[in-house]
Design a protein around this ligand. Structure first.
Ligand code: GMT
Length: 380
């Protein structure tokens, strides 16, 4: 197949999933055309079946904001025709599904190119549900030829908010060889030179991720006498508040800010415990990646997290903001190596069984084939 994929190319779970999906499809012999403003992170553009098409925008004094959605739609239509695309697959509904529908409509006299939208999270639960975007988001869903969601939770949230239920759940995935334990990596020595336990958090540091809770947990673990460090991977708007709280709690020296990293697996592979205290998480891709690296997860019992983490088996779940419980669960794991190992092994087993690329990528391919078959029948 010739597949057009659009993602938010910067830091974020939906961009990662879309990029890795494209990579996996290319490995399986499909031609994948990425259409976005810049080259997505985590994309190996050297692959012969991966192509990148940059959305160019004309700037004009009259435009207070450049109309990216229209430039994207134009690029999608151009690429669809030039590269003979079979379908356009967009990740994150706003504005990608609207642009794709526009592109499809603008060229349908020549050829019908179906649109598939994958819902990731705040495109439904936050941004899409806001009054300013709700009607157009619903329209994007209704007009898409196929819609997938990354968790059962997100499907249900979409039904409740948009009264739209033609959704297939295709969960996020990990490549089991890319994500694995790296016991002997020199990075471990670098991050924990004195045998500290490494608590790791990976995110885009938006308020919804509650990264300050990670600092609170570290402070409680340390004041209980344990030698632990907090490794913060990523960056974002909450980072200065995180630094400030660490200073207040006197743990600045035990917090390592490593910034945005292209290979998250290197950090997860040497971690002891992963912290994800988010107040909203439709899936929790980082928690899945941690599990695949045999890292027990401390997370909140919200959204799609319980579909990813088995409470008491591969991690511990708590209510949002229950830093006391999260800290005492973290301490249990810090103090019990056997528990860490058995949770880690179980986590990997669950991640590989349910969410490995071999399990999930064929589900996307089957979905594409179903939608293409339907579109062909409708347009015959
Ligand atoms: O919805 C967002 O916050 C953005 C999105 C992203 O691009 O990072 O994150 C969502 O998609 C990820 C990949 O499917 C999920 O793992 C995240 O749980 C989800 N984030 C939220 O629901 C807050």
């Amino acid at each position: 197949m010739n597949i057009g994929i659009t993602v938010y190319p910067t830091y974020g779970g939906s961009g990662i999933v879309g990029s890795e999906l494209g990579q996996e499809l290319a490995e399986r012999g499909h031609n994948v055309h990425f259409i976005s403003s810049i080259m997505p992170m985590r994309l190996n553009a050297n692959h012969e079946r991966i192509h990148f098409h940059e959305v160019e925008m004309m700037s004009y004094p009259l435009f207070e904001h450049q109309p990216y959605d229209l430039a994207l739609a134009t690029k999608m239509a151009t690429v669809a025709r030039a590269e003979n695309l079979d379908l356009l697959h967009v990740h994150y509904a706003i504005p990608h599904s609207i642009s794709a529908v526009l592109a499809r409509e603008s060229i349908k006299q020549k050829r019908y190119v179906p649109v598939i939208t994958t819902l990731h999270g705040t495109d439904i639960t936050l941004v899409g549900a806001d009054r300013s975007y709700l009607p157009i988001t619903r329209y994007g869903l209704q007009q898409s030829d196929g819609v997938t969601a990354v968790s059962k939770f997100l499907k249900q949230a979409t039904i409740e908010t948009f009264d739209f239920d033609e959704i297939t759940v295709i969960p996020n995935f990990i490549c089991p060889t890319h994500y694995q334990r790296l016991a002997d990596s020199p990075l471990r020595k670098e991050l924990a030179p004195n045998g500290e336990r490494l608590l790791t958090h990976v995110s885009n540091f938006r308020a919804v991720k509650r990264p300050i809770d990670c600092v609170e947990i570290l402070a409680k673990v340390r004041s209980a006498g344990e030698n632990a460090r907090l490794v913060l991977v990523g960056d974002g708007p909450e980072m200065s508040a995180v630094r400030y709280r660490a200073e207040q709690l006197g743990v600045t020296d035990s917090v390592l800010h490593v910034g945005k990293q292209s290979n998250i697996a290197d950090y997860l592979g040497v971690s002891d415990i992963f912290l994800l205290p988010s107040e909203l998480e439709s899936f929790g891709l980082a928690a899945l990646e941690a599990q695949a690296c045999e890292v027990p997860v401390i997370a909140t019992r919200i959204g799609g997290i319980p579909e990813v983490i088995n409470d008491g088996e591969s991690g511990f779940l708590s209510d949002i903001g229950d830093v006391e419980k999260m800290s005492s669960d973290t301490l249990k794991l810090v103090r019990n190596e056997d528990m860490r190992r058995s949770f880690g092994e179980r986590g990997r087993e669950l991640a590989v069984q349910r969410y490995s690329t071999n399990e999930i990528i064929p589900q996307y391919i089957a979905f594409y084939e179903k939608i293409l078959g339907k579109a062909k029948a409708n347009n015959a």
